[in-house]
Write a protein that binds this ligand. Sequence first.
Ligand SMILES: [Zn+2]
Length: 416
Amino acid sequence: MTERIYAAGLLLHGPADRAALADGAVRVAGATITDVGPRDEVIARAAPGTEVTHFPDGTLLPGLIDAHVHLAFDDHSDDPVGALRASGAPALALNAAGAARRLLDGGVTTVRDLGDRDGVGVALRDSVRDGVLPGPRILAAGAPVTVRGGHCWFLGGEATGADGVREVVRANLAAGADLIKVMATGGTLTPGGPAPAEPQFTVAELTVAVREAHAAGARVAAHVHGVAGVEVALAAGVDTLEHCSFISADGPAAGPEHRPDVIDRIAEAGTFVCPTYSGSLDRAAASIGIDRLRPWLDVVLRQHERGVRLIAGTDAGIPGAGFDEYAVGLSWFVRAGLPAPTVVEMATSRAAEALGLADVTGTLAPGRDADLLVVTGDPRQDVAVLGAPGLVVARGREHLPGSARTAPASGIRSTV
Ligand SMILES: [Zn+2]
C-alpha cells in the first residue's frame, strides 16, 4: 500500500488541551493514519522511498466537521423550500453532489446531513465512500420526523402519535439512515406550521424515537428553538440539540429567553449543542446591526461558560447559509466570546465525539482515518485561516481546493 508523509511547521493533532507540535508529521497508508509525531521521527520510521510533502509555513490539523447541513437544499436559491419541492430526486442528488464538493473545498471532511428527501444523503454517502464522487464523509438522517403539517413536513417524515413516530424512525433506519433527526419544535422554514417556540411532540413520543434509534445503534439529533422544546428533548434523552436558540413565545424581536436553569440542565445531561453558525450571521449583522444580534450571541457564550458541550455546524443549504462559509461561522463563535482554541476543538475532536466518530476522525492519531488539511497560519490565533485550506485529504484521498487549483500544492515534495 502506498504510504505518504505530510509534514508542517505546526501540527495540531487535537484535542485542544494537548494539541500542538512544532515541526510535526503524519504518515498515511491508504485511507488510514499510521504514524504521528515530530517530523524527524516520523521520517526515520518510514520505509525508504516514502513520499514526503512538507509545508514549512503551514499548519496541519484534522479535517473539519460540519455537524449540521442539508445537502439536498440549493443555497443559491432565494426559496430553497420551493426549489426543493419542485425538484425530482435526480436534481436533488446532483445538487447534493455539488454541495459536497464545495464543503470539501473548504476543508470539511465530515458532515452530518440533518434532513433531505428521497434518500439522497444515503446514496451520496455511499458514492463518496466508494470514491465515485469527491466529498466529505456523510452521516445521513434521511427525512426528519415531524408532525402532520409540521416543520419540514415536505421532506416526507410526517408522523402521528407514538406509533407513527416509531414507524418513521424504523423506515429511515431501514433505508440506511445513520441517525435520526426529530423536529422537536416548529421552525422558520415552514409557513403555517407550529412556531419555533412551540413543541411538536410529547416526551413519550420523542422517547419512542430515542429508544428505537438507540436500539439500532443510531443517535438522535433534535431541532429545538424554544425552552419548552428543549425540556421535552432533554427528557426524552436525545444526543444533540440543534439551534437551541432560546427563542421566546413572543418571537425573535423579543430576544432570547434568559433561562440559566435550563442551560445548567443541558450541561448536566452532557447533551451536545450545535448552535448552527454560518455566513448568515454576516448578513444578519448587516441588516439588523450587531447590537440586536448580541443577545443571541450571548446565549451561546453563556452555554459555553456553564459547561455545555458546543459543536460547530452551519445549517448550510437553508436561506443565507452557504456551503462554502463554514469558517465564517467559526469566526462568529469567536465574536460571541469563545476562545479560538475551543472553537477549533468544536470543529474537530468535539464534533467527532458528538457524532460517535471519536475513534474515526477529528484527531490525528494512528488508526484514525486520514482526514486532514493544511492551512497557512495558526487557527488557534485566527480561526478565519481555516477558510482557505491549501490541501485537503479525505480518507486518504488528496483534494486540491478550488482556490488552490491553479497554484501548486504549496508543499515541498521529496522522498525519504
Ligand atoms: Zn437544519
